[in-house]
Design a protein around this ligand. Structure first.
Ligand SMILES: NC(=O)c1ccc[n+]([C@@H]2O[C@H](COP(=O)([O-])OP(=O)(O)OC[C@H]3O[C@@H](n4cnc5c(N)ncnc54)[C@H](O)[C@@H]3O)[C@@H](O)[C@H]2O)c1
Ligand SMILES: O=P(O)(O)OC[C@@H](O)[C@@H](O)[C@H](O)[C@H](O)CO
Length: 450
């Protein structure tokens, strides 16, 4: 099963499942998150779609068939039916970082609007009423209650979202929501559901109309739902699969006992620098990752942050210099038009995992942390100028934006993390960096496109 049918699941977990040595024994039922569109489009073509692997040198095409059913996420009856089935072994999630209802301290926030709605819906069901939760995790909790009742047995929930310790985060959110259905469900989940943590990597931008045209021209058939991704892919998993899983390792996935060093390497070096490029790049007039990286001001901001992060990535075998070099090549692939506006979304949740841990580690080591602080300053400048940023705390950001100077910086930083927002020296540091990325904007080396 999969929740959050979008581009990434189709370029990553569906690819690994298709290439597992026992692929013929498995099929994925994938549910959308907030809209039915992706399921409707895929269903009309038997859930088959083209994966376009886009390197700097050209494109190659592969039809992926590992998804066997695509369903509107609002079809909670079908979700419950499939999760109750004994044959269901794994539930994968790509529902975005913002969908886990994380509070600024990393705990589950039962008061976030989506969680509060789900808790109300689940409590009403527990009291014998009708209705259904509206978020993927709320729906999953209802379906897990059905599995318990039907004796479907244990299974694994595998978060594939860019969150540190994503399995633990998923467990906290599921248990937080399950409380509304009575304490017995939490106990059953504790005993029967394994929350697997993963580090996932494959740059997969949103599909464009040009991508659809290209597939028609090159492949000679019409595909409404191709997905474009870079050639690179990586999947590191840690946790138990009590009901089995496809042999993903035969397709290159890696199973480890301690995932933290891999997660930190990926979240800090790749996603952290993506966030710098997203905010600094847009402030400087760029719209894609490749354009922003070619701007020396953005490139320096990335390298400075990487230097800081590397100080705290010390586990054996991480090969940080090679990883950095590979990232420069991957980001520089201008044929992958990775939009900075897409990466910029949900900054409060993302910066908590991308900037804050490195900043705190640097300061604990007696350094300034200016490279990580610049990521936060870029975000603060971005939310002042962007008219249409997306964030689970958008209204709180708007309220903070009505303040001035240090008060505004402090209020915005508190939305990311109380520990940095309440630290006067960090607030001063970040405030001093605000505006610095655009101060020499005229020096940007790259012509920009709208
Ligand atoms: N695209 C990539 O390159 C990439 C790479 C690695 C990891 N990821 C992870 O996968 C996630 C999904 O990526 P994608 O490219 O498929 O994105 P997407 O925008 O296509 O979204 C995937 C699904 O999540 C649902 N969703 C979005 N916001 C939600 C919310 N607030 N609450 C509930 N559901 C929501 C959508 O409806 C959709 O079904 C990312 O957020 C990231 O955590 C993506
Ligand atoms: O999808 P997000 O919003 O978590 O982050 C945007 C990008 O940084 C991200 O999607 C990367 O492309 C991806 O993590 C590469 O594996």
């Amino acid at each position: 099963m999969h929740l959050g049918l979008g581009a990434f699941h189709r370029s990553h977990q569906a690819w690994y499942t298709q290439h597992a040595s026992d692929a013929a024994e498995w099929g994925i039922a994938a549910f959308t998150g907030r809209r039915p569109d992706a399921a409707t489009a895929l269903s009309t073509q038997d859930c088959l779609y083209t994966l376009v692997e886009r390197s700097a040198g050209g494109d190659s095409f592969e039809v992926i068939g590992s998804i066997v059913e695509a369903v509107d996420g609002a079809n909670v009856d079908r979700l419950c039916e499939l999760i109750a089935a004994n044959e269901t072994a794994v539930v994968m999630l790509t529902i975005t970082e913002a969908a886990y209802g994380l509070a600024a301290d990393g705990t589950f926030d039962a008061d976030s609007p989506a969680a509060a709605d789900d808790l109300r819906a689940l409590s009403a069901i527990a009291a014998g009423g009708t209705g259904a939760p509206g978020s993927p995790l709320g729906r999953l909790v209802l379906a897990l209650a059905g599995r318990r009742d039907s004796g479907g047995g244990p299974l694994a929930v595998v978060s594939c979202d860019n969150l540190s310790a994503n399995g633990d985060v998923a467990r906290r959110a599921v248990l937080g929501l399950a409380a509304a259905l009575g304490t017995g469900l939490g106990e059953w989940i504790g005993a029967n559901v394994s929350f697997v943590s993963t580090s996932v990597d494959r740059i997969t931008p949103r599909t464009t109309a040009e991508d659809i045209e290209e597939v028609a021209e090159q492949c000679g058939y019409s595909d409404s739902s191709p997905v474009v991704a870079e050639p690179f892919r990586n999947w590191v998993l840690s946790g138990d699969f009590p009901a089995g899983r496809p042999r993903w390792e035969e397709a290159g996935a890696v199973v480890v006992d301690d995932i933290e060093p891999y997660e930190n390497r990926k979240l800090w070096l790749l996603n952290g620098s993506h966030s710098i490029l997203a905010y600094a790049g847009q402030l400087r007039g760029h719209s894609t990752v490749a354009q922003a990286l070619a701007d020396p001001v953005c490139r320096k901001a990335v390298e400075d942050f990487w230097d800081e992060a590397a100080n705290h990535l010390n586990a054996d075998g991480l090969a940080i210099p090679q990883y950095r070099q590979a990232l420069l090549e991957r980001f520089g692939n201008a044929r992958i038009a990775h939009r900075l506006a897409q990466i910029a979304a949900d900054g409060t949740t993302k910066l908590r995992m991308r900037a804050v841990p490195v900043l705190m580690a640097e300061r604990a080591a007696g350094c300034t942390g200016a490279g990580s602080a610049l990521m936060l300053a870029a975000w603060i400048d971005y939310v002042a100028t962007s008219q249409d940023f997306q964030d689970p705390l958008a209204s709180e950001i708007q309220a903070a934006n009505t303040l001035e100077g240090g008060e505004r910086v402090r209020a915005l930083l508190r939305l990311v993390s109380a520990s940095i927002g309440n630290d006067a020296a960090i607030v001063d540091l970040v405030q001093g960096l605000c505006g610095s990325l655009t101060a020499n904007k005229a020096a940007a080396a790259v012509p920009t496109r709208p």
